[in-house]
Ligand binder design. Structure first.
Ligand SMILES: C[S@@+](CC[C@H](N)C(=O)[O-])C[C@H]1O[C@@H](n2cnc3c(N)ncnc32)[C@H](O)[C@@H]1O
Length: 359
């Protein structure tokens, strides 16, 4: 079953590439060079303004620079990345590798002046999508004071993939409300900073919550923030944490009892995109043992066409599996323990959210 969902607007058109007669400029190297020149122009303008601004008004000059350029940056980058995404996706592996190399040389250095993009590329905790990066996504704001970084990071945080990441919050809250359970037992696997349940508890809901993640840093942060909200709002929810990897769920017979349950709902948001198909099926099948019969599994995945795929992959080193609705639902059904009940697509078109029921 499919439902249209309108959370945010703004999906730039994906234009076709690869036909040199119709689109003489539409080649990967030309797009890289065009974008490089645009970024040089941006940099030049900031240097001019910097030179013209007296010291005390430099911060004001930076704010004005960001405000003046923001609409143009968005329009230009949306259009270029849509074309790059189409072209790179259709390219063979060798061409894609050359595109990535050229992009790293010509474009990525500008993006690395953004705190958010730098964290994505540096992976300070050793893996992509750590809880610090996810907190930045939910904040939606680039905090780097340098204006070029602020512009490019701010742009990245407002594109479809980040909008769609934030879009899982209202979607999940709606599904939790539909459980019709006053005090549900909830498991969030691969919880990261767990913004979704933090805000849900903040809104006055109560639950007995288990947070699981393979990263003890993420768990400590998520628990601290959730407990802070619970104390501040005098909420009676409970929180327990379990350090556990998806691999342990699949191969360690002692893992499932450690998670506890049976749960009314299990959330696995922002993890399955990182796993190959066969692992998704095996992992979900094993994890479904924590759900009560009739309980709900809530998941998400990148989907396409994704006009920002080249932005994700080439500038932020954020490479994940994109799945169609049919392909994703087939993986859930292949568990034989779960059945999809609804799949919604975020208005940006780049994330699917799935609810399934434990049989
Ligand atoms: C992109 S974040 C998603 C966070 C949160 N669920 C959300 O939707 O905002 C991914 C989280 O998955 C965790 N993770 C990644 N691979 C994992 C694995 N194999 N097993 C358990 N957790 C994993 C990371 O530590 C990170 O906290």
């Amino acid at each position: 079953m499919r439902h249209a969902l309108c959370i945010q607007a703004g999906n730039p058109t994906v234009t076709g590439g690869g036909n040199p007669q119709e689109h003489p400029m539409d080649s990967i190297s030309e797009l890289n060079i065009e974008l490089h020149h645009f970024l040089i122009g941006l940099d030049d303008d900031w240097r001019r303004r910097q030179a013209a601004a007296p010291d005390p008004s430099l911060a004001a000059a930076a704010d004005a620079f960001v405000a003046d350029w923001e609409p143009q940056v968005r329009a230009r980058l949306d259009a270029t990345y849509a074309r790059l995404s189409t072209t790179v996706e259709a390219a063979d592996d060798a061409t894609r590798a050359r595109a990535a190399e050229a992009h790293r040389l010509l474009i990525q250095p500008y993006f690395l002046t953004s705190r958010f993009c730098r964290r994505c590329v540096d992976k300070p905790l050793g893996y992509a999508g750590d809880y610090g990066a996810v907190e930045m996504i939910y904040s939606g704001t680039e905090t780097d004071p340098a204006p070029i970084g602020r512009l490019l990071g701010g742009y990245t945080l407002q594109t479809g993939p980040c909008e769609a990441h934030r879009g899982r919050l209202p979607w999940t809250h709606a599904r939790l409300a539909e459980l019709g359970v006053e005090r549900p037992r909830l498991l969030s696997f691969a919880c990261g900073p767990e913004v979704v349940l933090r805000r849900w508890v903040e809104a006055g809901n109560t639950a007995d919550i288990v947070l699981a993640d393979h990263d003890a840093n993420a768990l400590a942060f998520a628990q601290k923030e959730l407990q802070r909200v619970i104390r501040r709002t005098k909420n009676t929810s409970t929180v327990r944490t379990v350090t556990m990897s998806a691999r342990e769920v699949m191969v360690d017979p002692g893992a499932i009892p450690l998670l506890g349950g049976p749960f009314d709902a299990v959330m696995v948001l922002g993890l399955l995109d990182y796993l190959p198909d066969a692992v998704v099926v095996r992992f979900l099948k094993a994890l479904s043992a924590t759900l009560r019969p009739g309980g709900t599994l809530l998941t998400s995945n990148l989907t396409g066409p994704n006009p920002w795929r080249a932005l994700m992959e080439l500038t932020s080193d954020w490479v994940v599996a994109h799945r169609t609705v049919a392909g994703f639902e087939a993986l859930v059904s292949a568990t034989t323990t779960l059945a999809p009940t609804r799949t919604d697509i975020h208005a940006s078109g780049v994330n699917l959210y799935n609810a399934s029921i434990r049989l």
